[in-house]
Structures are given as C-alpha cells and as structure tokens.
Design a protein around this ligand. Structure first.
Ligand code: ASP
Length: 331
C-alpha cells in the first residue's frame, strides 16, 4: 500500500540538542534525518521528506527564515505532502506558530512541535512529540484546522497557545480555551471546533521594526521617549491588568500614537484587555482616546507578530479592523 507523504522541516531547538563538550551545555546538533530515525515506527505510517532548514536555538530564528520555511512547506504540499511538521525550539514557538497561522492558507495541517528535554536527557520527550505531531498531521480530522502545536500529548491552536512554564514538560497551555484536542492511544481526538483564523498576504518587506515594551511598577519613560527617534514602525505595550499604563507613560504614548500604530495588550498572561470600563489617565478608555488600539485576547507577543505582518504588507492603517476581526474570530 502506498503510504501518505509527510514533510518535516527541522529548525533546531532542544529537540535537536546534545552536549558536544562535557560541561558546556547542550547545543543544536541533531539533524532532521537523525530525529526521524529516532522513531523507527514513523516509517510504517508515512513516507517522509525531511530537511534540516536550520540548527538554531529558537531565540535566534528570524522573520526571513520563517518566510523561507513557509514557502518550503507550501512547496511540499504542492508536491503531494498531506501534512507538514516543523520541529523547533519552544522558547519562541508561540510567536512562530502565530506567524505561520496568519499566512498558512492550505487545508493540509501545518504542525509545530519541539521538546522540553534534550535528546541526551533521560525521558527525552522529542521522539514522542514527533510521533504525535506526525499522527496529528496524518489524521483526516486535522484538515482545515490550520496551524497547530503538538506537545506533551496535547494539540493547541496556534492562535491561543502560550509557553506558560519555562522548564516543565507541560510547558504549553491555551489560557481560557484549553487544548483543541488530545491524542488518545494512537488516535487524534478534537475537543472543540476550530477557531477560524484571518489570513494575511505575504509581507512585501521584512525590514520593519516593531517594539514591545512591558509596563512595570514605577517605570521611567526613557525608552518610550526614544521609540520614534529610533525608527520603530509600530509599538506594542504589555500593559498592566486590562490594558493600563501609568500617567507618565500615557502622555508619551499619545505622542507616539500620532505617528505609528500603538497596541495595548495585557501582561497578565490570560484574559482580554478592556474597552470601556476604566476612565483614569492611563486606562484603556484614556489610551483609546489618545489613539492606541486594544489587543483584546491577543497576547503582547502575538500582537507584535500581527503588527509586523500588517506593516510588512502595507496594511497598518487597517490594524483596528484586524484587531476587531481577531476578536470576532475567537468566538
Ligand atoms: N528551551 C528551548 C527549547 O525548548 C530552546 C529553544 O527554544 O531553542 O527548545
């Protein structure tokens, strides 16, 4: 019987890490081919095209690299792959998953996975995650579900997933909504309907710079005051609570919002920004009056990805509509 075809792009991360020099820590070393060989069972499920497109810690991936991975993934689907798996580091996975999610327009699943324990550690989770990711990519019920992340036996939608623990095996969660599905023995079970995602056109440029600053107790305004002069094209603030900043930040943000898009998200880790509850200086109502836009459920890092993509395709003036749509799509 002709087995279905899957494509795997390996980008590095803990899944690919080993120690080269004793005592110096693990670094990306293991190729995609070797990862595949670590799970012999996989070759009974599918035929594979594997490419090591990078061997990097995920903190050092960049937008250009993601765009070439995206075009590689689309090419694989054109060549008959029924699904594509990307293996990468988990540190920036919530951002890269969001990036792909805005741009992936195929009905074939794009699955991202990684590992919390390196290949050399006892109980390494990489092989199990890779096997699960392939099972999800092969499952008929994964079609039309866009970009998903498979980690530790759970399936999360790219739009909701966050890294919520630095080192635990259960490092990822989707605040409020929970996982979209789970693996039960070797079957893929979805627990709810897919949240639809807006699609964006490919960015025409990649040089845009979007700053992300977190509001913190009694913080000065030095960095904020220099944002425009430094040439940033957009700004995301991880605000207090429901999307708030101090009075001194609010004053500076008003000036910035006259020139570049400003999004206020919440630094709380879960939940939405408010729109019309608080009226003090620095509150969401005040910041909206001053020209900022509220991120809703989008976390600061995902909001920055959205803004980067919009500026990249010259649609920053449509940001308000996209943020509104985003909330609609969450429902
Ligand atoms: N700790 C990270 C990981 O889980 C390292 C990285 O993101 O590359 O892969």
């Amino acid at each position: 019987m002709d087995l279905p075809k899957l494509a795997i792009a390996a980008l590095g991360g803990t899944m690919s890490m080993r120690t080269r020099i004793a005592g110096e820590g693990v670094i990306p070393t293991v190729s995609g081919e070797t990862l595949l060989a670590s799970v012999p069972h996989l070759t009974t499920l599918a035929r594979f095209t594997v490419e090591t497109l990078g061997l990097l810690p995920s903190a050092s991936l960049n937008f250009e690299c993601l765009l070439s991975v995206l075009s590689w993934a689309k090419y694989q689907v054109e060549q008959g792959a029924v699904g594509v798996i990307i293996t990468q580091g988990t540190d920036t996975l919530e951002e890269t998953a969001t990036f792909f999610d805005y741009l992936w327009d195929c009905s074939e699943p794009l699955i991202i996975t990684g590992a919390m324990r390196s290949a050399a550690q006892p109980g390494a989770d990489g092989p199990a995650n890779l096997l699960d990711a392939c099972r999800v990519a092969l499952a008929e019920n994964s079609r039309q579900r866009g970009v998903q992340v498979v980690m530790n036996g759970q399936i999360h939608q790219a739009c909701s997933i966050r890294k919520t623990d630095s080192l635990a095996l259960q490092a990822f969660s989707s605040p409020i909504v929970g996982p979209a599905g789970t693996l039960v023995e070797d079957t893929v079970r979805y627990l709810r309907q897919r949240t639809r995602q807006m699609r964006l056109p490919l960015p025409q440029q990649t040089t845009q710079k979007i700053a992300l600053l977190e509001a913190s107790f009694c913080a000065d305004t030095l960095l904020l005051e220099n944002i425009l002069e430094l040439g940033y094209d957009g700004l995301v603030i991880a605000g207090f609570g429901a999307g708030h900043v101090s009075e001194s930040w609010a004053d500076v943000l008003e000036k910035i919002a006259e020139k570049i898009p400003v999004i206020i998200a919440t630094r709380a880790g879960s939940g939405s920004t408010a729109q019309s509850t608080y009226g003090f200086i620095g509150s969401e109502m005040d910041l909206i009056r001053k020209g900022a836009l509220m991120a809703g459920f989008l976390c600061p890092r995902k909001a920055r990805i959205l803004l980067w993509l919009l500026v990249g395709c010259g649609r920053q003036t449509e940001l308000a509509r996209y943020l509104k749509e985003d909330i609609r799509f969450q429902n």
